[in-house]
Design a protein around this ligand. Structure first.
Ligand code: DX5
Ligand code: ZN
Length: 249
């Protein structure tokens, strides 16, 4: 049996802390009101072109949904795909927002940091070591996000307010794009706003021009939209419509 690494031990592999101006700018994106297109609903045979299309319309945060077939039933994509678009996104002044819907998230954060993730969010339901994992993400030079499912009370994030940069309130049950927005979500976001202080609140699932306004009013600042953007005939125009509804860029 290999010895367990102590909680405070440094990582074997060093990933440079994000200190350059470009990465500071990228961090600033998460503090602004922003729509984040989720590539889960993109055409993967022309992924780069789809990302360019939404970035031309103003998108700067690209959301990458990682599913492992355990935490949620589907298997989607991993660090290889995140890394394949990272330069494209960064060169256009954007940021990569990784949403881990996986068990044992702590085992995979380093791979995503190396792939170019700017923010890495994992689920509170996926590990008993929430604050340790958040701190490990920050040690890798990334912003750290904590997500909760619709059935998880907001108290699940209350002891991590100073350890996380982004708080993700799922507005559908995770696992699939194209599900309907859970209508109780604005109330949950409002209650979350009261406990997370200055942290960014992200909403994810069923976000479109008809739902974005309600969660924006409740205190959300980051609006993930997959099918409403990439299933539209014109993803750029769809992006703009959601941004207008949310009062976001
Ligand atoms: C769902 C994912 C979402 C998904 C949202 O589990 O976390 O990011 O892409 O898709 P839409 O916007 O279609 O609900
Ligand atoms: Zn997501």
């Amino acid at each position: 049996m290999p010895a367990l690494r102590p909680l405070h031990a440094p990582h074997d592999l060093t990933v440079e802390a994000a200190t350059d101006t470009a990465s500071t700018d990228r961090r600033g994106l998460f503090a602004a009101k922003r729509v984040a297109p989720s590539i889960l609903s993109a055409d993967f045979s022309r992924l780069g072109a789809q990302v360019e299309e939404v970035m031309a319309a103003g998108a700067r945060i690209i959301h990458v949904d990682v599913m492992d077939g355990h935490f949620v039933p589907p298997i989607t994509i991993g660090p290889l795909v995140a890394g394949s678009i990272a330069d494209l996104v960064h060169d256009a002044g954007g940021a990569i927002d990784v949403h881990l819907m996986i068990e044992r998230p702590g085992d995979h954060i380093e791979e995503f940091a190396k792939a170019g993730a700017d923010n890495i969010t994992f689920h509170a339901e996926a590990t008993p070591h929430i604050n340790r994992t958040l701190n490990a993400i920050r040690e890798l030079g990334c912003m750290a996000g904590l997500a909760i499912n619709p059935g998880t009370p907001i108290s699940a994030v209350s002891e991590s307010v100073n350890d996380a940069d982004v708080f993700l309130c799922m507005t559908v049950n995770p696992g699939w794009g194209g599900q309907p927005f859970i209508t109780d979500s604005p109330d949950k976001v409002r209650r979350m706003r009261e406990i997370v202080g200055a942290g960014s609140i992200e909403v994810d699932g069923g976000i479109d021009p008809s739902t974005a306004g309600s969660v924006a009013k409740a205190g959300a600042g980051l609006f993930v939209a997959g099918s409403a953007v990439f299933s539209a005939d014109d993803p750029g125009a769809a992006y703009t419509a959601i941004a207008e509804a949310a009062g976001a860029a």
